[in-house]
Each structure stands twice: as structure tokens, then as C-alpha cells.
Design a protein around this ligand. Sequence first.
Ligand SMILES: Cc1ncccc1N[C@@H](C)c1cnc2ccsc2c1
Length: 113
Amino acid sequence: AKKEKTSARRAKQDLASCKNLLSCLECHEHAWPFLLPVNTKQFPQYKKAIKTPMDLSTIKRKLQEGSYKHKGEFASDVRLIFSNCEEFNEDYSPVGRAGHCMRQYFEQQWAQM
Ligand SMILES: Cc1ncccc1N[C@@H](C)c1cnc2ccsc2c1
């Protein structure tokens, strides 16, 4: 029973840390391209090019719904945002640069979790 308690407590702490890190990502100056799902009416080729779209609002919903069993799954979805971004956007485009900047910020914060 003791072992279960500590792992339940750690899971709770991990969830809180993921929610906190998500908030930091959402209010980052360069988060604007990633806040909501890419509008495929505005970017019709996006639907064909990107097999698994991901964005910060979707991650927020998944956190709230308890969809992540382990914090590593949360990190995979965040990284999916940035790999989708690299696939679709030129490195030196405004969105491409924002993606590189946000990925660097995320990995720095993640390493300290
Ligand atoms: C992350 C991403 N990848 C590919 C395409 C779009 C986006 N982001 C959207 C929000 C976006 C990104 N940039 C602009 C510029 C004018 S509307 C708009 C909307």
C-alpha cells in the first residue's frame, strides 16, 4: 500500500508539473502559431501534409481529461507540435522560427522537471 501511495503522489505531482509547463508554453511570446489547431480552410494543404495535427489547446484538453498515463506521453505531444511545424514551415519563416524557439524553451524546462 505504501508503494502505491508514493507512485500515486508522484503521478499527481507530474500532472501538476505538466499543467504548469503547459501554461508557460501558452503564454510564451512565440506561442501564437501553436495555440489552436491549424485551420485547414486557411491552410488546405495542411490536412494532407500533416498526418497527426497537434496544438497546445488539444494538449490542455487531454491533460484535463486524464488522457496522459505518463508525463512522457505529454512530452511526445508537445514535441509533435514542433515536428509538424518543421515539416510544414521553412526554418526561417516566422512560424518556423517560432517553432525552433518554442522547442528550445520546452526542452530547457522539461530537463528541469
Ligand atoms: C503552426 C502552423 N503551421 C503551419 C501553418 C499554420 C500554423 N499556425 C497557424 C495558427 C497560423 C500561422 N501563421 C499564420 C499567418 C497568418 S494566419 C496564420 C495561422
